[in-house]
Design a protein around this ligand. Structure first.
Ligand SMILES: [Cu+2]
Length: 639
């Protein structure tokens, strides 16, 4: 246990340069803010801009998080960017000026808007050239907690991210006395392009937890030599490391733009209902959040109200948001603790009724180790004393013949030469997507009739064998999940034993039910199954074995309701984000399907959600781990 005893230091102390003197067009704080709220805002030092006209200046800013000056990309000189507070039902105008030497953009994450206003260069938006101003203008049709970030290059990694709060038009279904944004991010002094090239050269570069001889001896002691040997041999054969949980670590993790040493402080009064708006704005880090000795009531996911769930801990993937309600019943201080998925670091802050109180920072939990279930293997039928797993993963077995023999329904998976040819971007890739329902043996029409009911989806279709696309075989893909588990009930790697071990209730996707009834009650008329693929060693990422530049767009017909099934054929947890339309996660209640914009897909698992194609245009659909994005991306075209 370690406690930071240093007094809270203003963030401005660490953000150098002319930031405080930058001529901001910032709107004044709303008159509604009380002196205390102001105190709190001052403490966090993240400006709140509200109203419906905004002037945002993207520029460079010197920052110092590590003892060394470094250049960040910021909005109005602030890291994180100012909090934007909008009102549902209003039309907002945001003038964004790019003062960088390269193209920039701002994407309004999770906001339902016209595709030309989405801010994703390469889709229905051209980006903002250096020196130019782009004026975004759209109607705000939703409420809740969202965020914004650059969708150009690696600018999100260098600080271009901020929170959006949208106050509802109708009385808020979530009652609270005070709200605080908790924006998590990952900072590095290393230039992102350098990180990326290191990853490409040697994907284990950042794996500080590479297992050692000592670990192996510990394993032998615990599991006996036969099992240990076979586990090691299997991992070696896969040229992977079972501690490869996050591919970049060693960041300085920030909470509202301040490091753990600077200790972000949120002030509240005893008895108040505090709404904490957690946002994961990190480029590459998935966090596990808890507030020791304090229960959290989850009331919204990705901005949308959910039926309250009381938890002790939750995992927040990149780009996800969770709103939780907490109450400090007496004079107290609590640590807001966010540890990384691979337990190599954390960020933290303090929530307190008294600025003189300190709270203890907990130790990191044990580092998780990947197991067979994370490779989508069938655990139930497996004889653990005799590891046959390597045979299943052996790359040599993944030739077409094997695939054909083991998959009786592979016939309508058109495996001809044309489909293998990446240069001819015809519709063959699209045809390949239609083979999605594994249990169907017959014609496409019966596939339609036999689709799982809306709200349940393939998440309850346990133990079915996975069929793989022809394009998923080759040196660019090093693993295939043969028996993907449902990603709904599993709290995730490193959290599975927390109930037992620490008596902590961990949020699972299965716990999420929308507070409001499902709006589109139609059944899906077709399914699109997408496989998340990779070769960890070569740091190649793809969807259905095809990277963005080689893949045909996914075409949706305006107005149709479809199901997307994601199968994770890698050892990493991928947060998948669809722009422009909701991803309605099928958690088991057709009447209260929760709407999300980013879905975490756990290793070796599958998960399904419904999409109503109610927004015309060309939309980005991708993994939100920044360095996976170019490979793991598709264009979704709604026509
Ligand atoms: Cu990814």
């Amino acid at each position: 246990m370690n406690t930071f005893n240093s007094p809270p230091i203003s963030r401005r102390h660490f953000v150098l340069g002319a930031s405080s003197a930058v001529a901001l067009t910032a709107l004044p704080f709303s008159q509604a803010l009380s002196a205390e709220t102001f105190l709190n805002s001052k403490n966090s030092e993240v400006k709140i801009l509200s109203g419906n006209q905004f002037d945002l200046q993207i520029g460079y800013q010197t920052v110092n998080y590590t003892g060394k000056n470094s250049i960040a990309t910021t909005v109005n000189g602030s890291l994180p960017a100012p909090i934007l507070r909008w009102k549902e039902g209003e039309r907002v105008r945001l003038r964004v000026t790019n003062n960088l030497h390269e193209d920039s953009s701002i994407h309004w994450h999770g906001i339902i808007l016209p595709s030309t206003m989405d801010g994703s260069p390469g889709f229905d938006f051209a980006g903002i050239k250096p020196g130019e101003t782009f004026e975004y203008e759209f109607d705000v049709k939703q409420s809740g907690t969202y965020w914004y970030h650059s969708h150009s290059g690696f600018q999100e990694q260098t600080g271009l991210l901020g929170a959006i709060i949208i106050d509802p038009k109708e009385p808020d279904p979530i009652s609270y006395d005070r709200d605080l944004v908790i924006l998590l991010s990952d900072w590095t002094d290393t230039a992102p392009a350098k990180i990326y090239s290191r990853l490409k050269k040697m994907s284990h570069y950042y794996n500080y937890r590479e297992r050692t001889i000592a670990d192996t001896w510990a394993d032998i002691k615990a599991n006996g030599i036969a099992q240990t040997w076979s586990e090691r041999a299997m991992w070696n054969r896969m040229r992977m490391s079972d501690t490869d949980i996050a591919d970049v670590s060693g960041y300085t993790y920030l909470m509202n733009g301040v490091s753990p040493a600077q200790n972000w402080t949120g002030f509240c009064k005893p008895g108040e209902k505090i709404r904490l708006r957690f946002i994961n704005g990190a480029a590459m880090t998935i966090f596990d959040v808890r507030i020791p000795r304090l229960k959290m009531t989850v009331v919204a996911a990705d901005g949308q109200a959910v039926q309250p769930v009381i938890v002790d801990e939750f995992r927040i993937g990149n780009a996800e948001t969770y709103d939780v309600i907490v109450t400090l019943d007496t004079d107290k201080a609590h640590t807001l603790f966010a540890q990384t998925i691979d337990r190599t670091g954390f960020t933290c802050g303090i929530l307190t009724t008294n600025l003189n109180l300190r709270a203890e920072i907990p130790a990191l939990d044990a580092a998780p180790v990947l197991g067979h279930q994370d490779m989508g293997m069938d655990m139930s039928g497996m004889d653990h004393s005799n590891h046959t797993a390597p045979a299943k993963i052996d790359h040599s077995l993944h030739d077409m013949n094997t695939a054909n023999k083991s998959e009786p329904d592979h016939s309508h998976h058109n495996m001809n030469a044309a489909e293998m040819d990446h240069s001819g971007h015809d519709m063959s890739a699209m045809e390949g997507m239609d083979h999605s329902n594994h249990n169907m043996h017959a014609t496409p029409s019966s596939v339609m009739e036999n689709l799982a009911k809306a709200g349940f989806g393939s998440n309850f279709d346990q133990g079915s064998k996975s069929t793989h696309y022809a394009t998923e075989f080759g040196p660019h893909v090093d693993m295939h999940s043969e028996m993907p588990r449902s990603g709904l009930n599993d709290p995730g790697i490193g959290l599975r034993d927390h109930q037992e071990k620490y008596n902590r209730k961990v949020l699972r996707y299965a716990d999420l039910r929308s507070l409001h009834p499902t709006q589109d009650k139609r059944q899906p008329t077709r399914e699109i199954e997408l496989h998340l693929n990779g070769n960890m060693h070569r740091y190649m990422w793809s969807i259905n074995g095809e990277s963005f530049m080689n893949a045909a767009p996914i075409e949706l017909t305006y107005g149709e309701r479809i199901r997307i099934i994601l199968v994770n054929d890698t050892m990493m947890t991928h947060p998948i984000h669809l722009h422009g339309m909701w991803s309605e996660l099928e958690t088991g209640d057709p009447d209260f399907i929760p709407r999300k914009h980013t879905i975490l897909v756990q290793p070796g698992s599958k998960i399904s959600y419904l999409v109503t194609a109610d927004a015309k245009g060309r939309w980005a659909y991708h993994c939100h781990l920044l360095y996976h994005m170019l490979g793991m991306m598709r264009m979704v075209k709604v026509v």
